[in-house]
Design a protein around this ligand. Structure first.
Ligand SMILES: Cc1cc2nc3c(=O)[nH]c(=O)nc-3n(C[C@H](O)[C@H](O)[C@H](O)COP(=O)(O)OP(=O)(O)OC[C@H]3O[C@@H](n4cnc5c(N)ncnc54)[C@H](O)[C@@H]3O)c2cc1C
Length: 292
């Protein structure tokens, strides 16, 4: 049986309390939210925190809230809440698409968006989704609050801009008119991590041309965003040849590794095919959407 190394456990009652506990217990303390990533790593002794600071009582971090032209999502929001939110499905169907294929109900009932992003596993789905939606991360530490774009959030595999004594508090998603988004993932079996996945978000101008587009890949290289493919879409009318060109560019920009989930050629093929599919669906959804 795998058991973690000994550790202390404390339960925070407010955000300030959590920050205080992290500071007091020093560099070997770690936040625990749903525990679905951290606890398996502790059992495998890949992580050996001396103290866990449990943030599950911080209900102020568990919300989905429309605030003007943005949707605010607290870091402690569970996968299930995102999956079941009608507002999320209406404004950002890419999130609902992704949540449907993340793990299983047991993981989704406890796992949080904050834990997923802070874990920063290269095969993790919500990082790509947040990148594609150009979300902003709100982080709090002892010296105050800062907001950073998702483009500055990931520092590498399992590394983010959130310091050991800070808390990711919320994600802010800009709402754009006439926009649509989609996510598609290939997995070996239901609930598994991605062999490869792609996400896209587009907004359309009055004349139906693509005003802005973003494309992201999961598990197909360390960079999520495919800027080369985004550039060819801007100002163009959505059409099949354009999606094909974007797919080709996404495949060229992808940098997958061969592993038990498949060889490099197959994964490049996924980057191409999945990019086309999500663009098709994102554009169709945008055409049906009038309002943000
Ligand atoms: C069987 C299984 C299958 C899975 N399949 C998928 C999948 O298909 N796709 C996918 O994307 N994911 C998958 N996951 C991962 C799952 O989504 C994550 O484990 C989970 O959502 C992480 O969230 P958590 O709240 O459990 O984080 P925790 O395990 O509690 O924490 C993870 C890390 O984030 C830090 N952290 C947590 N919250 C904060 C915060 N607010 N501020 C600062 N740091 C914080 C912790 O200190 C820790 O380092 C799977 C997991 C399992 C166990």
């Amino acid at each position: 049986m795998q058991i973690p190394a000994p550790f202390d456990y404390v339960r925070a009652s407010t955000i300030d309390d959590a920050l205080d506990l992290l500071a007091r217990h020093g560099t070997e303390s770690r936040v625990v939210a749903g525990g679905h990533s951290l606890l398996p790593m502790m059992k495998l002794r890949l992580a050996r925190p001396e103290c866990l600071v449990d943030i599950n009582d911080l209900f102020e971090l568990d919300f989905i809230l429309r605030d003007g032209d943005q949707l605010r999502v607290g870091a402690l929001t569970r996968h299930t809440a995102l999956l079941e939110s009608a507002e999320v499905a209406r404004l950002f169907p890419i999130v609902t698409d992704a949540e449907r294929v993340i793990a299983d109900p047991v993981v989704r009932n406890r796992g949080t968006i904050g834990g997923s992003l802070c874990q920063a596993d290269p095969a993790e789905d919500l990082s790509t989704v947040c990148d594609v939606l150009r979300a902003v991360a709100v982080i709090r530490g002892a010296t105050g609050e800062r907001s950073i774009p998702m483009s500055e959030f990931h520092r590498g595999p399992y590394e983010t801009a959130v310091a050991q004594d800070e808390l990711l508090c919320e994600l802010r998603f800009p709402i754009r008119p006439r926009s649509g988004s989609a996510y598609e993932k290939v997995e070996r079996r239901v609930g598994d991590w991605a062999v490869g996945a792609a996400g896209a978000a587009v907004s359309l101008a009055e004349d139906g041309s693509i005003d802005a587009a973003s494309i992201g890949l999961t598990a197909l290289g360390l960079d999520h965003i495919v800027a080369e493919a985004e550039a060819v879409l801007r100002g163009e009318q959505p059409r099949e040849e354009l999606f094909q060109e974007a797919g080709r560019l996404a495949a060229a920009a992808s940098d997958p590794v061969a592993d038990q989930r498949g060889p490099i050629d197959y994964k490049r093929h996924l980057a191409d095919e999945l990019t086309r599919r999500v663009l098709r669906r994102a554009c169709a959804r945008a055409a049906q959407t009038q309002e943000g």
